[in-house]
Design a binder for this molecule. Sequence first.
Ligand SMILES: NC(=O)c1ccc[n+]([C@@H]2O[C@H](COP(=O)([O-])OP(=O)(O)OC[C@H]3O[C@@H](n4cnc5c(N)ncnc54)[C@H](OP(=O)(O)O)[C@@H]3O)[C@@H](O)[C@H]2O)c1
Length: 291
Amino acid sequence: MIVVTTPTGQLGRQVLAGLVDRGEAVRAIARDPSRLDVGVRDRVQAVQGSHDDPAVLDTALKGAEGLFWLVPPDPTATTAEAHYLGFARPAAAALRRHGVARVVGVSSAGHGWPVRAGILSAAFAIDAEIERRGAAYRALSMPFFMENLLRQLDAIRDHGVFSLPNAADRPLATVAIRDIAATALALLADRLWDGQENLPVFGPDRLSPREMAEVISDVVGRPVSFRQLSIAEVVSGLVQCGASEGTVRDLAEAIAAGNDGIYDADQTASTPTPTDFRTWCRDVLRPALLA
Ligand SMILES: NC(=O)c1ccc[n+]([C@@H]2O[C@H](COP(=O)([O-])OP(=O)(O)OC[C@H]3O[C@@H](n4cnc5c(N)ncnc54)[C@H](OP(=O)(O)O)[C@@H]3O)[C@@H](O)[C@H]2O)c1
């Protein structure tokens, strides 16, 4: 039995579908099981609730040998670390109670960075919490998800622009969610590994935002440019969305660490995944813009 958290999220839904396709027995923890994709809903055991609840974890992890673990972001939390540990602590205890053999967790690239890096440091704190309790663990360590750009479909379609707080000419490491899901699937289906490792998962290219704009323009067939957001603009956007002071600080630290090269060492250590940015734009971004 393999347990999947966040089965309705971008990454979790692909992991869930892949496990079901392989014929694995799967349990999915969902706040609202009616939101599970129609194609899998009848083929998995659903456990209703949130995976920060020890009682929900006890129901879901009974007899489980593997767990796909992801902490959902919450910008309204007091701090990212308090929020992430609020999920990781009950999970680490439940993993031990139920003797779950292997955990594949969603972390962030940048392990070993010498200073605090906000939400990225909070992800490293999750890894430490799970590892401390002795579970066999792979921390999938990713840079910027290409799918983050899907939040800017309107700006790209209507104004020919996308914006990020990243420097226009500094290469930005990225990865496609389908490649992260494929890595998670392979690990969950493999019963032979043990120990605890950080596993960097990076796409094959590393374009600057300005170069990304050129690729997008080429693939969608009209000009799209990049605009660098100031930290003040990011902060104001976050505050308007109800983000807490702590989360704003955590995001600002993560942005600064990204511009200072926090992902560089993990990218060097990674084996590139198949999907490059141009392929992702053709397969995912362009259809989304046309939809
Ligand atoms: N974006 C990046 O560039 C990047 C880079 C590295 C790492 N990451 C990590 O990737 C993860 C985000 O993955 P994603 O994009 O797949 O997330 P997502 O699409 O935002 O999905 C969030 C999932 O969490 C569920 N959820 C939300 N609040 C919940 C709660 N309180 N209790 C239980 N479930 C809850 C949602 O389900 P319902 O709403 O249906 O209940 C949904 O299934 C984060 O941990 C982030 O740190 C992101």
